[in-house]
Design a protein around this ligand. Structure first.
Ligand code: BEZ
Length: 254
């Protein structure tokens, strides 16, 4: 069946309920950036602003950008400086000491456009520090989704909403854009969920779910969930998703 791609949408409350852990687990990449007061920082894909607020609390001059108007409205409610803007069309020019991104770059499939925009946004000597899904990130989940879609004659690959690069791929793109790569690591990080995997699917997999007729959606979700039980749910009912992180630090030469 011809699959039609649907844009992921974001609801800040649902996101906080089912994925509040994302910002908490962002501490290592926050520390890798080592922000200091008065620095000008761009938080790329800032979501509902949890980490953006941490930069502001430190006294940094932080701007958040995110493609989701709902997430930016949530940032404004926290009193943060934030703008609706896609990471694929950044329009800054030498404005920032650092660009930071946690768990957002894998939603931006035009990676070269993102990297070029970040490069332009930085001052000479500025740094780009981020963490994203890489390599076989959430592969068990995506395999189960693709299999359940294939059974319905839907080509899930045509609906694929993510970009999970290898280290070689991402390093190559950064260097081609002019960055010096100071650190890069692929890290397995199995991640316990706060609830059931179906809430996670509901929050993050809109592109796949929207291709399934509403009348079949509950059965589809139940089938994917069932396929994941042996690998991702323990005897106590705790779900753990197979996250893999690509963490990096790159510099724009002086
Ligand atoms: C991630 O953070 O790696 C991720 C989250 C939701 C869907 C896909 C990947």
């Amino acid at each position: 069946m011809e699959a039609k791609k649907t844009e992921q949408t974001w609801n800040p409350d649902r996101y906080e309920r089912n994925a509040g852990f994302v910002a908490d687990l962002g501490t290592p990449v926050f520390d890798l950036l080592a922000p200091v007061a008065d620095e000008k920082i761009l938080d790329l894909g800032c979501g509902h602003g949890k980490l953006t607020g941490k930069f502001a609390d430190l006294g940094a001059d932080v701007t958040g950008v995110d493609a989701s108007p709902e997430q930016i409205a949530a940032c404004h409610k926290l009193g943060l400086n934030a703008r609706v803007l896609s990471g694929e069309s950044l329009d800054y020019n030498g404005d920032f000491d650092a660009v930071f991104s946690n768990a957002a770059l894998h939603w931006m499939q035009k990676a070269d456009d993102v990297i070029a925009g970040v490069y332009r946004a930085l001052k000479p000597g500025g740094r780009f520090v981020g963490e994203m899904g890489g390599g076989d990130n959430v592969k068990k989940v995506s395999d189960a989704l693709l299999a359940a879609l294939a059974q319905r004659r839907i080509d899930g690959n045509a609906l694929w909403p993510w970009y999970f690069p290898t280290t070689d791929d991402y390093r190559g793109r950064l260097e081609k854009a002019g960055f010096r790569v100071d650190y890069m690591e692929m890290i397995d990080r199995p991640t316990p969920l706060p609830g059931d995997v179906s809430d996670w699917l509901d929050t993050f997999c809109e592109s796949f779910l929207a291709a399934v007729p509403q009348s079949d959606r509950q059965d589809f979700l139940a089938q994917v969930r069932q396929a994941l039980v042996p690998d991702l749910m323990d005897d106590n009912g705790q779900w753990t998703v197979d996250y893999v992180r690509l963490r990096f630090k790159a510099g724009k030469p002086e």
